[in-house]
Design a protein around this ligand. Structure first.
Ligand SMILES: *Cc1c(COP(=O)(O)O)cnc(C)c1O
Length: 487
């Protein structure tokens, strides 16, 4: 037996590379990332590829190792080339963010030291660090002391956590789900509908409250609907507003909805996954006034703080509500179960037990940069959106309203001797998007608003600057002209 143990030890020890091996592999990895970053300005934002990296499968998981240069080459060709390049400043579709560098180093540190950020008992420093970040953002939102939160993998999970917390706080039992009413607009992110179903609330009465011309929830309609639902013997219990919709960047009237929620004893959730961090700018702060009236709110640092993918945040105004929905215990955890009032443990406030120490990827860049450049980048994005909104009109495009934050909606109205149908105009704009994507220097995405194919300008990457916007304007002008000619 001892012989076999020794034999296995020799093999297993390969999992601990020697300092020299570490250095060699690290150098290759760092060189790769340096090349990536040093050429990011010239890299395409979208790469069409016929095979979509299928050659990755030619190198199956096997007993034998491959060298780092081979591994990186597999990644370069098959993973880091085809499709969308979210790190590019030319990514102006969906909701970008970019991926700031020091975050990667934060992940590196978290992964090497592997501190346990689940329970305060095991990782007091790690838990304290995450709570410090949560408390800072709670302060930015304007929540009072006594709020709590959780760093999640993204906005979808954060919204799910909020909805489960609301369900428990309002004591919506399974047998009462059908009578419960949830209010939101058609512009709520689809992850909300997903969360409602995952939370066992799929059979609730879902009211899509009418919206105004700027795609914001109509508070008059909300009031009327709640009154009608009460009259009908239903049980209104949850209203969900969006602070910066994904489609158009619209901000629901946050303060007024808060009033209505309070009067009617509804849980008030705000999805600010996209818009929330604009609170760090003076204009954003005034536009998002009323956000602190909510019972829960979601923000996405991997959008508004430009982090690489993998960080969302849910805040709950009353810590007890979050705790009641998520705290459990088990005998094998008895040593870790001391509770510390001032430093709640993520494991008591979320579905996770063992978790990535994801706070470090936010803490390190905030400490190394300070807040100033974050505020500047956010204000810059808002101004770039205003600039784009103004310039695109000069090119014969029809636009949505002046941007609230950093999303602009627009479409081209082709000139033609005969009147074009809505379908023809839609097809024209769809082709225009395809043309831009085929060029690849800029990536844009689209949506449908009132049946109209609508192009979106979504500006939130820290790498997007005015020269990127000017390039997009030039491309749109050229491509629209060429398509117009071919009509
Ligand atoms: C992006 C987004 C989400 C989803 O967040 P993920 O981080 O992609 O899971 C939810 N709501 C809004 C408004 C968003 O923009």
């Amino acid at each position: 037996m001892i012989h076999r143990i020794k034999e296995l030890e020799a093999l297993a020890s390969q999992l601990e590379p020697t300092p020299r091996d570490r250095k060699a592999v690290r150098k290759e990895v760092v060189d790769y990332t340096e090349t990536f970053l040093n050429t990011i300005d010239k890299a395409k934002a979208f790469v069409h590829s016929a095979d979509k990296g299928i050659a990755l499968l030619d190198s199956p998981i096997a007993e034998t190792p491959i060298a780092i240069d081979k591994a990186l080459e597999l990644l370069r060709v098959n993973v880091d080339t085809p499709g969308l390049n979210p790190a590019s400043g030319g990514h102006l579709g969906y909701i970008p963010g970019g991926g700031i560098y020091y975050s990667a180093l934060g992940d590196y540190l978290a992964d090497i030291t592997n501190r346990y950020a689940g329970y305060y008992f095991a990782g007091p420093g790690a838990v304290r660090l995450e709570n410090m970040l949560i408390n800072w953002i709670a302060g930015v939102v304007g929540y009072p002391a006594g709020a709590a939160g959780n760093l999640s993998s993204g906005g979808s999970i954060a919204n799910l956590t909020a909805i489960v917390t609301a369900r428990e706080a309002k004591q919506v039992k399974a047998r009462e789900v059908e009578k419960g009413v949830i209010y939101l607009t058609v512009h709520a992110h689809h992850c909300i509908s997903k969360a409602i179903r995952i939370a066992g609330l799929g059979e609730s009465v879902i009211r899509h409250v009418p919206i105004d011309v700027q795609h914001r929830m109509s508070t008059e309609a909300l009031k009327t609907q709640i009154a009608a639902d009460l009259e009908a013997g239903l049980r209104p219990w949850l209203v969900i507003a969006t602070a910066g919709t994904t489609d158009t960047g619209a901000i629901d009237p946050l303060a007024e909805i808060g009033q209505i929620a309070q009067t009617n004893n509804l849980w008030y959730h705000i999805d600010a996954a996209y818009g929330g961090f604009f609170l760090l700018t003076p204009e954003g702060k005034s536009k998002l006034g009323g956000i602190s009236a909510s019972d829960s709110v979601v923000l996405d640092p991997h959008k508004g703080l430009f982090l690489p993918y993998g960080l969302g945040l849910v805040l709950i105004k009353k810590k007890e509500d979050l705790q009641r929905a998520h705290q459990f215990s088990a005998s094998y955890l008895q040593d870790a179960k001391d509770t510390y009032e001032d430093e709640p443990s993520p494991a008591d406030l979320s579905p996770e037990l063992t978790k990535h120490f994801r706070g470090l990827r936010l803490w390190l860049p905030l400490k190394l940069h300070g807040l100033k450049p974050f505020r500047a980048a956010l204000e810059e994005k808002m101004l770039l959106a205003k600039y784009f909104h103004q310039e695109i009109q000069k090119l014969g495009f029809e636009t949505g309203p002046e941007p609230e934050l950093s999303v602009v909606t627009y479409r081209y109205l082709p000139k033609s001797k005969k009147a074009l149908s809505l379908e023809e105009i839609n097809q024209f704009n769809e082709r225009l998007v395809h043309e831009i994507q085929a060029d690849g220097r800029i990536f844009i995405s689209s949506t449908v608003l009132e049946g109209k194919f609508t192009i979106r300008f979504a500006c939130l990457s820290f790498r997007t600057h005015i020269k990127t916007v000017d390039l997009l304007l030039r491309l749109l002008k050229e491509k629209a002209k060429a398509l117009q000619k071919a009509l």
